[in-house]
Design a binder for this molecule. Structure first.
Ligand SMILES: N=CN[C@@H](CCC(=O)O)C(=O)O
Ligand SMILES: [Zn+2]
Length: 415
């Protein structure tokens, strides 16, 4: 056994452990907070967490490969970001200006911009360029406390480029400390000059079998949206993906209400994402089917759109997750910013936002129970804030509250 790390004398450690023995507060919060606390990581996994005295007597910091004095600081699990399109080429900053002048997302897409423009740039980029781009974004995510992220394909829209994207995602996962969960999203848009039904058949008959034979994606996602893929087309893609071993996910009710949430419930998706226009019945169906609602407040912020009704999901008993949705239309890699928007614009509490960006986000990716926690046995994925309480995650905005990050107990970022 190797003592990888001991983080000690923290103002607080948020374990996300619930239950009677959790933290100083017992069962009182979902957060399982210990004050004046330490966490010891052995062979990459949390071996002990609790008050500094007993933990450091059992696991002396001087014996650890990494001893971190966290005096005055809050220690939380690394964030899990369960929805990104972080692999792309090109620049769409001029579309931000166009949107500020009143153009809508759909008008830009219908004019060959938006996703279709990123598709052209991504098809033209070489693998090394794509890999460099993704590694750069993973660096930024890590610096903001994210230790696990989902990344989708979907800027290829043909078998060759979709496969290339998934291979680059796989290489980035090998090369970078952040764990990367791959999602196939061949049905992200209808390629220029093509018919949606005909393209869906290409996704089902050409792309999915290729992805299956490479065993290179865990999830299959679809943009179920007015003017993109309707519910039947989306169902066709997700069922084929499911038959090929990929768990469904759905981009649902982002710009209009067309039934994607009900489809997610019907098909047993891991998550339904966006949900800006979901109804009460939709919410009930998701909760009933145990589908994680993933809310993406950065997207609403960037589009100047109304936010999803987070309270309706929470009040219905939904295990709400939040994500950055980092993509050329939503340019933020920061889960802290997503948390700020979740609290200020969607009425979530800082505690709810933290649960949404750790344990519930891990559930949206079907990750093992311990991911997104600092319970004993969890991966030693730790974010140390330059601040005394976890409330600083949403309370700080436009700046980074994270000072140090450990992945599997190794110090991988120091601000
Ligand atoms: N809405 C569809 N996909 C992305 C946007 C992708 C893009 O505009 O490039 C999203 O989730 O927000
Ligand atoms: Zn998306």
């Amino acid at each position: 056994m190797t003592l990888t790390a001991v983080v000690h004398d923290a103002a607080e450690i948020v374990t996300l452990e619930s239950g009677e023995d959790a933290g100083d507060a017992g069962d009182e919060t979902e957060l399982g907070i210990y004050t004046d606390a330490a966490v010891a990581v052995e062979d990459g996994e949390v071996a002990r967490v609790g008050p500094t005295g007993p933990v450091t007597r059992e696991f002396p910091p001087e014996n650890a490969a990494h001893a971190v004095d966290a005096s005055g600081k809050s220690v939380i699990p690394g964030f899990v970001d369960p929805h990104t399109h972080a692999l792309f080429a090109g620049d769409r900053s001029d579309e931000f200006e166009a949107k500020l002048q009143g153009k809508t997302y759909q008008e830009i897409l219908e004019g060959g911009g938006g996703i279709l423009r990123t598709v052209r740039a991504t098809r033209e980029a070489g693998d090394e360029q794509l890999l460099d781009n993704l590694l750069g974004h993973l660096d930024t995510m890590l610096a903001h406390g994210t230790t696990t992220v989902e990344v989708k394909s979907g800027y290829g829209l043909d078998a060759e480029t979709e496969l290339r994207m998934l291979e680059v995602i796989d290489r980035a996962d090998d090369r970078h400390p952040v764990d990367v969960v791959p999602t196939f999203m061949g049905a992200h848009a209808v390629p220029e000059g093509r018919d949606a039904d005909e393209y869906v058949e290409e996704v089902v008959q050409d792309q999915i079998p290729e992805v299956e034979s490479q065993g290179i994606a865990e999830f299959c996602d679809v943009f179920c949206e007015e003017g993109v893929f309707d519910v039947d087309q989306s169902r066709r893609v997700l069922e084929a993906g499911k038959d090929a071993g990929m768990t469904p996910k759905v981009h649902a009710e982002e710009l209009a209400h067309i039934g994607g949430t009900q489809l997610a419930a019907e098909i047993g998706a891991a998550s339904a994402d966006h949900l800006l226009h979901s109804t009460e019945e939709d919410i009930a169906a998701l909760v009933e089917a145990d589908v994680v609602p993933v809310l993406l407040p950065g997207t609403a912020f960037g589009l100047g759109a109304a936010y999803a009704d987070a309270r309706a999901f929470l009040d219905a008993g939904g295990d709400v997750a939040i994500a950055t949705d980092f993509n050329p239309n939503c340019y933020s890699q920061s889960m802290g910013f997503a948390a700020s928007l979740s609290c200020v614009e969607m009425g979530m509490t800082p505690a709810e936002a933290l649960v949404a960006s750790t344990t519930n986000a891990a559930a949206a990716l079907d990750l093992p129970e311990n991911v997104g926690t600092l319970r004993e046995g969890a991966p030693g994925d730790v974010a140390i804030l330059d601040a005394p309480t976890h409330v600083h995650v949403p309370y700080n905005f436009g700046v980074n509250a994270v000072g140090t990050v450990l992945k599997d107990g190794e110090v991988v970022y120091r601000g």
